[in-house]
Design a protein around this ligand. Structure first.
Ligand code: 0X9
Ligand code: ZN
Length: 452
C-alpha cells in the first residue's frame, strides 16, 4: 500500500510539476485596434438575451433606455438579431477624440471606477500583452451565461509549470462585493509593474506561481451593475423560478453538511445548489486547483474587516489552527500599519457564522491549501456596507498589498513539495487520479512522464 501511495504521489507530483505547459488553454490576445461605439437600447426589449449574445458593457441607464459600450464590429449583427438601437457615441466622446479607445472610461458609467466584466477582460488582456515574460491569461472555465472566468498567472516563466508553490488570489464570488474584484486585480498589476524596480517583487515572482482570479461570478457582477446593485449569487434559473446559487456554498467539501451553514431553499441568499459543484463557476475554480499546486490562497469578500480561516462548517479547530491563526494575525498587523484599519482574525465558524460548501473549507479540506477569507472594508453597514466609494479602492488595495506579499513569501519559504490532504491521499490510494487532474489528456501525459 505504501508503495502504491508513493507511486501515485510521485505521479501526482510529476504531473503537477514537471510536465511542460498546462492543460488549461492560454488565451491569445487579440490583435488590431478595437473601435467602440455607444448605443442606446429601449429598456422594453429583451436586454437579457441581447447581453447573452453580444459583449455589451453597460454605461448608463436613463430615460427608459440602457446605454452600452460595444465594439463597432458587432453593430450589424445586433441589428440582424432584430434589435433597434440609436447610435449615441458623439454624446460620450471627449473632445478631440475620434473613437472610443480600449480602456476608455466613461464618466458617470454605472460601475464608475470599478471594473465591469468587459473592462476587466480588457485590463487582463492588456497586462498579459504588456508583460509576456511574466504573465499569461488562462480560462479555467466559463460562467453559466458563457462569460470567461479568467486566471492571470504571474511567474517568471508563465508558460511553464515549474516546481514552485502556487498562490491564488480570488475575488468576486459575490456579485455585489465590487471591491473584492479590484483588490486581487490591483495586486496582480502591482507585481507586474514593479518587477523590474523592486527586488522583493522580483524574488516573489521568480519563486512562485501567482494566480489572480479576480472575478469568479461574472454573470452576477453584470446583473449587479445593470439590474440590482445588491445581487449576491450567480444567475442560475432554479427549479422554482427563483434565481441564483450562492457560489460560496457550492464547493464540494462538507457540502450541505447542515441547513445552518447553507440553505436547501433556492430563493435563499445562501442557496447551495442542487449538488456539490453544480455551478460552472465553482467548477472553473476546481479546474484551476486540480491542475496546479495551490499552496495558499486568499478569497476576497466584503464587508466586515475580517481575516478568517477554516473550519467554517463546524466550530472545531483544523489540524493547522495555530499556523492559520499566526498567519492571520501577522497579516492583520501588516494591514493595520497602512491605514490604521483593524481587521479581526479568527476561525470562520466562530468569528462570523457557520458556512458549508465555502471556498476556504474546500481548498483546505481537499488540497491542504492554506486558504483565507479576507472580508474587506468597511467594518459595518453604517460605514457603507457593500458600497465602497471609488476613492476607497486604492486605499483598500494598498492596505492589503503587504499582507498578500507576506503570505506569498511565507508560502515560498515553507514549500517543500505539494501538500496532500488525507482526503486526497485516500483518493490517490484508490487510484482515483481524476480527483486531482481534471482533464484526461493531462493525466495521460502525467502517466507517461511517471513511467519514463
Ligand atoms: O458568507 C460568506 O460567504 C462570506 N461572507 S460574505 O458577507 N462576503 O458573504 C464569509 C465566508 C467565510 N466563511 C465562514 N464564515 N465560514
Ligand atoms: Zn462575499
Amino acid at each position: 500500500m505504501r508503495n502504491k501511495l508513493a507511486r501515485l504521489s510521485f505521479i501526482l507530483l510529476l504531473s503537477l510539476s514537471t510536465v511542460p505547459g498546462t492543460p488549461t488553454p492560454a488565451i491569445s490576445v487579440e490583435a488590431g485596434p478595437q473601435i467602440f461605439e455607444v448605443i442606446a437600447v429601449e429598456a422594453g426589449q429583451d436586454i437579457r438575451t441581447l447581453r447573452l449574445n453580444f459583449p455589451l458593457d453597460p454605461v448608463l441607464a436613463e430615460g427608459g433606455k440602457v446605454y452600452f459600450l460595444v465594439e463597432r464590429k458587432h453593430l450589424k449583427a445586433i441589428q440582424e438579431f432584430g434589435y433597434s438601437f440609436t447610435l449615441e457615441t458623439a454624446r460620450f466622446e471627449q473632445t478631440g477624440k475620434k473613437f472610443l479607445r480600449p480602456g476608455t472610461k466613461i464618466q458617470g458609467g454605472l460601475n464608475g471606477a470599478y471594473h465591469s466584466y468587459l473592462e476587466l477582460a480588457a485590463q487582463l488582456k492588456s497586462l498579459a500583452a504588456s508583460y509576456p515574460g511574466l504573465a499569461r491569461l488562462y480560462i479555467p472555465g466559463k460562467s453559466l451565461e458563457n462569460r470567461n472566468i479568467y486566471a492571470l498567472k504571474i511567474s517568471d516563466r508563465p508558460g511553464q509549470s515549474e516546481d514552485e508553490p502556487g498562490i491564488a488570489l480570488l475575488g468576486g464570488h459575490h456579485a455585489r462585493e465590487w471591491v473584492s474584484v479590484e483588490v486581487p486585480l490591483l495586486i496582480g498589476r502591482y507585481l507586474l509593474e514593479n518587477y523590474e524596480r523592486e527586488a522583493r517583487v522580483r524574488d516573489i515572482v521568480n519563486s512562485a506561481e501567482i494566480w489572480i482570479v479576480p472575478l469568479v461570478n461574472p454573470d452576477g457582477l453584470e446583473y449587479s451593475i445593470l439590474n440590482y446593485r445588491l445581487w449576491r449569487k450567480n444567475r442560475r434559473l432554479n427549479g422554482d423560478g427563483s434565481y441564483g446559487v450562492d457560489l460560496n456554498r457550492n464547493y464540494a467539501y462538507q457540502w450541505a453538511y447542515d441547513d445552518l451553514g447553507s440553505s436547501p431553499e433556492p430563493s435563499s441568499a445562501v442557496y447551495r445548489g442542487t449538488g456539490p459543484v453544480s455551478e460552472p463557476e465553482t467548477e472553473a475554480v476546481r479546474n484551476l486547483f486540480q491542475n496546479h499546486r495551490i499552496q495558499s490562497a486568499i478569497s476576497y469578500h466584503s464587508f466586515s474587516q475580517l481575516i478568517l480561516y477554516p473550519w467554517g462548517y463546524l466550530d472545531q479547530p483544523s489540524e493547522e489552527e495555530a499556523l492559520f491563526q499566526s498567519l492571520a494575525e501577522d497579516m492583520a498587523g501588516l494591514i493595520s500599519q497602512v491605514n490604521g484599519r483593524v481587521y479581526q482574525t479568527g476561525r470562520a465558524s466562530a468569528s462570523l457564522y457557520l458556512t458549508n460548501g465555502d471556498f476556504t473549507d474546500w481548498a483546505y479540506g481537499f488540497f491542504r491549501t492554506l486558504a483565507f477569507t479576507v472580508e474587506l472594508p468597511p467594518v459595518d453597514l453604517l460605514q457603507g456596507g457593500f458600497l465602497n466609494s471609488e476613492s476607497d479602492i486604492d486605499l483598500i488595495f494598498r492596505e492589503n498589498l503587504p499582507a498578500a506579499l507576506y503570505l506569498v513569501e511565507r508560502t515560498i519559504a515553507s514549500y517543500n513539495g505539494t501538500r496532500l490532504s488525507p482526503l486526497l491521499r485516500r483518493e490517490l490510494e484508490k487510484g482515483n487520479e481524476s480527483m486531482v487532474k481534471s482533464r484526461p489528456d493531462a493525466a495521460i501525459r502525467g502517466r507517461r512522464a511517471g513511467s519514463g
